[in-house]
Design a protein around this ligand. Structure first.
Ligand SMILES: [Zn+2]
Ligand SMILES: [Zn+2]
Length: 321
């Protein structure tokens, strides 16, 4: 019984063409419901009004769907003379970055130790690159506090959701609205011997990581995820990437008003060594950890490293030994 639904019929809210038939209205028009956002609509009844397509940004006339892609729609102007084409993102179709799957404790309750001690341990681990054994020994030698390296190994991971909550709040207090450049790049990390990519977006003005994503893939779906998350914080004048083709469409679709600067290498002048410098700090720390043993643990540890890089590092020089 299930006839396939015409692919050109799309949800007026999210442009999905994954639809259910939803009975008929009183005039006999077929009703549909969007599988993605649950919007109900009748495409034939009042097409002009119900379509909800954007107006042409060049001439203000109506538009039609030229291509409906997985993460975006390409619209084209109805006016043949204008013929302008532009993209509209389908945010509901872009999956979250790995930063949305941080697992662990959401408060400090049932912890026998004072919070300042946990903070100290985190700082030693993430900023000084100390091993869990070295930290355990240090606490014994200079504070006469006995905390096993196993406990320390669990502390450095399990509070990640709390710090994620704090990080979200802090990032919102910083204005990235008039940012100059965001640099995007990926580096390789190994989890249980398997290759993964750590994607990061760095703001050139504050030198903060505005988004990250850990994934086994290096394709444009993954670039969409990390750039879509960064987009929640602002709209820089330019996005700087290397020449990896995965960046082309996501930058065009998500940051249509930003210039896309493609550099041959991040050692070029324009990149200001921003990315290089982050990855160098990251790799020094990563080497001292001798790899990761699971995705969840890697994802938590990397987030915590980024938190310290963003919010703790700058001030730590005040009392550096
Ligand atoms: Zn929809
Ligand atoms: Zn037009």
């Amino acid at each position: 019984m299930s006839k396939t639904i015409n692919k050109n019929i799309v949800c007026p809210r999210c442009f999905s063409n994954e639809l259910y038939r939803f009975g008929k209205d009183k005039n006999g028009y077929q009703k549909y419901q969007c599988k993605i956002c649950k919007r109900q609509f009748i495409p034939d009844a009042k097409p002009r009004k119900l379509k909800g397509y954007p107006r042409c940004p060049k001439c203000g006339k109506g538009t039609f769907i030229h291509h409906n892609y997985k993460y975006y729609v390409q619209f084209r102007c109805n006016d043949k003379k204008c013929n302008h084409s532009f993209y509209q993102v389908k945010p509901k179709f872009i999956n979250s970055t790995s930063s949305k799957s941080i697992l662990g404790k959401t408060d400090f309750s049932k912890i026998r130790f004072p919070v300042y001690l946990i903070i100290l341990v985190l700082r030693l681990y993430y900023l000084d690159g100390s091993s869990t054994r070295k930290i355990s020994k240090h606490l014994m030698d200079s504070w006469n506090i006995k905390i096993s390296h196993v406990t320390i190994a669990s502390w450095v991971k399990k509070f990640a959701p709390m710090f994620k909550f704090i990080s979200n709040k802090l990032l919102k207090t910083i204005s990235f609205k008039n940012s100059n450049k965001w640099h995007v790049d990926e580096t390789v990390v190994f989890i249980n011997g398997k290759k993964y990519y750590l994607w990061v977006v760095i703001d050139s003005d504050t030198r903060m990581i505005v988004a990250y994503h850990l994934s086994p893939y290096r394709n444009s779906s993954e670039a969409f995820k990390v750039l879509n998350e960064a987009k929640n914080l602002g709209n820089p004048k330019a996005i700087v990437t290397d020449r990896l083709p995965s960046y082309n469409i996501p930058v065009k679709v998500l940051f249509s008003s930003s210039e896309h600067i493609k550099v041959k290498s991040f050692k070029d002048d324009i990149s200001n060594n921003l990315i290089e410098s982050f990855f160098k700090t990251f790799k020094d720390w990563y080497k001292s950890k001798k790899g990761f043993n699971s995705f969840n643990s890697a994802n938590n540890l990397i987030f915590m490293f980024i938190f310290h890089y963003n919010f703790v590092r700058i001030h730590s020089s005040l009392d550096n030994k």
